[in-house]
Design a protein around this ligand. Structure first.
Ligand code: KIV
Length: 293
């Protein structure tokens, strides 16, 4: 009998920091990619609101709704057996009040099935984080470049380069840790500040453009897989060039379809194969994950 690997918990993540083991986190938006990332050993899968850009084609993360987030969380949760799944609180779903944030985070946990939530912002959300934690909802913080503040920040810019910004980042990280957050994403900040924050707090820091001294790393999966050949910011390493691979595969399919060389006889059904006329095919489409559990 196949045994399920043990689910990564927030306690496990804390222990990884204590032992100096790096945490590998990636974004995922559907069951098939989630299964692949889970099987490859990713510890945490973030259903990031970056889905607004890489899946939905928007210029920012702002248009994503909580219902859309819950939909993608459900798909990702179906794909994983071991990874901890984090659902991103979407723009406008928690900024109005602590009550709004608690109600919407509970909705995302309930409808999305994720194991924790992430929200952007530091000390300003300390009260909300404390309330969520006391309601049983684990919270991952996110400071530095916070994409939901795209217009307030006047674009996607590295944060904390002046002394005031540096002090604010440190204060924000401490406020989130004190409020009970279990981890904090540090996005697009100088490496030495990320190192200082990582040493100053007990909970794991997960860097994206935060340098190598964070307790873990996160990348947008579509970017590290090279889905968009034209997009390569400095902090992204492309571990594959799937965009080119997919175009080659689809180009070959188009060519063979047009030439009449696809499908072959072996890829088609014949009346003569009558031995089990009512036999069902094992499945008509890959399910991404569910049947493999
Ligand atoms: O939405 C997202 O993918 C994120 C990561 C970039 C951390 O917040």
């Amino acid at each position: 009998m196949q045994t399920s690997p043990r689910r990564v918990t927030i306690q496990h993540l804390r222990q990884m920091k204590e032992k100096g083991e790096k945490i590998a986190m990636l974004t995922a938006y559907d069951a098939t990619f989630a299964r692949l990332f889970d099987e490859a050993g990713a510890d945490v899968l973030l259903v990031g609101d970056s889905l607004g850009m890489v899946v939905q084609g928007h210029d920012t993360t702002l248009p994503v709704t909580l219902d859309e987030m819950a939909y993608h969380c459900r798909a990702v949760v179906r794909g994983v057996r071991r990874a901890h799944v984090v659902g991103d609180m979407t723009f406008g779903s928690y900024q109005a009040s602590v009550e709004q944030g608690v109600a919407n985070a509970a909705k995302l946990m309930k409808e999305g099935g994720c194991h924790s939530i992430k929200l952007e912002g530091g000390a300003v959300h300390a009260e909300l984080v404390a309330r969520l934690v006391s309601a049983g909802i684990p919270v991952m913080g996110h400071i530095g470049l916070t994409p939901q503040s795209y217009h307030q920040l006047s674009g996607f810019k590295v944060q904390g380069r002046d002394s005031g910004g540096r002090a604010r980042l440190l204060a924000d990280a401490k406020a989130l840790a004190d409020a009970g957050a279990y981890a904090i994403v540090l996005e697009a900040i100088p490496s030495d500040i990320a190192r200082e924050i990582t040493a100053a707090i007990d909970i794991p820091t997960i860097g994206i453009g935060g340098g190598v001294d964070c307790d873990g790393q996160v990348l947008v999966s579509y970017d590290m897989l090279g889905m968009d050949e034209a997009f390569k910011p400095r902090f992204v390493r492309r571990f594959a060039m799937l965009g080119a691979t997919i175009k080659d595969a689809v180009g070959a399919y188009v060519k063979e379809t047009r030439a009449g060389t696809f499908p072959s006889d072996a890829e088609s059904f014949a009346v003569s194969e009558k031995s089990a006329p009512q036999a069902a095919e094992p499945a008509l489409y890959s399910t991404g994950a569910a049947v493999k559990k």
